[in-house]
Design a protein around this ligand. Structure first.
Ligand SMILES: [Zn+2]
Ligand SMILES: [Zn+2]
Length: 132
């Protein structure tokens, strides 16, 4: 299995931001390290079921401390696993993916580097990804 947040990731979906024929975008928390991985997949032809077959994918990771705070922020969402949920958390996080973009999506699936991201909750409660 690919190294993502830690050596032996045990991910569970926390938030699904897109789940369409062309795009998958979700946040999973890891029971092993307490961190999280944000995954964004895009494919041009069809879903082969094999991650290595995706045309494009980007990953980011969050540290355990940030993940705990993120989990807290997501409690404002009534339906975290519904990509069509219209709540402010979904709307804000869907709007743009984290920065920076990872290096080439042509890197082998197992070796792709996973950059770190953070997030900010503004005073009005709006949430957004921020660079570390
Ligand atoms: Zn982990
Ligand atoms: Zn929501």
């Amino acid at each position: 299995m690919a190294v993502r947040c830690c050596a032996e990731p045990a991910p569970a979906r926390l938030l699904i931001l897109a789940d369409s024929a062309a795009t998958r975008y979700s946040v999973s928390t890891c029971a092993a390290c307490g961190g999280a991985v944000i995954e964004y997949y895009s494919y041009d032809d069809w879903d082969t079921g094999d991650p290595a077959g995706y045309e494009k994918y980007w990953w980011w990771r969050m540290d355990a401390g940030d993940t705990a705070a993120f989990r807290e922020a997501v409690t404002a969402c009534p339906a975290p696993l519904d990509a069509d949920c219209p709540c402010p958390v979904h709307r804000a996080l869907k709007q743009r993916t984290p920065r920076p973009l990872p290096p080439s999506s042509e890197s082998p699936y197992d070796k792709a580097e996973v950059p770190r991201t953070r997030f900010t909750v503004d005073e009005d409660g709006a949430i957004r990804w921020t660079s570390p």
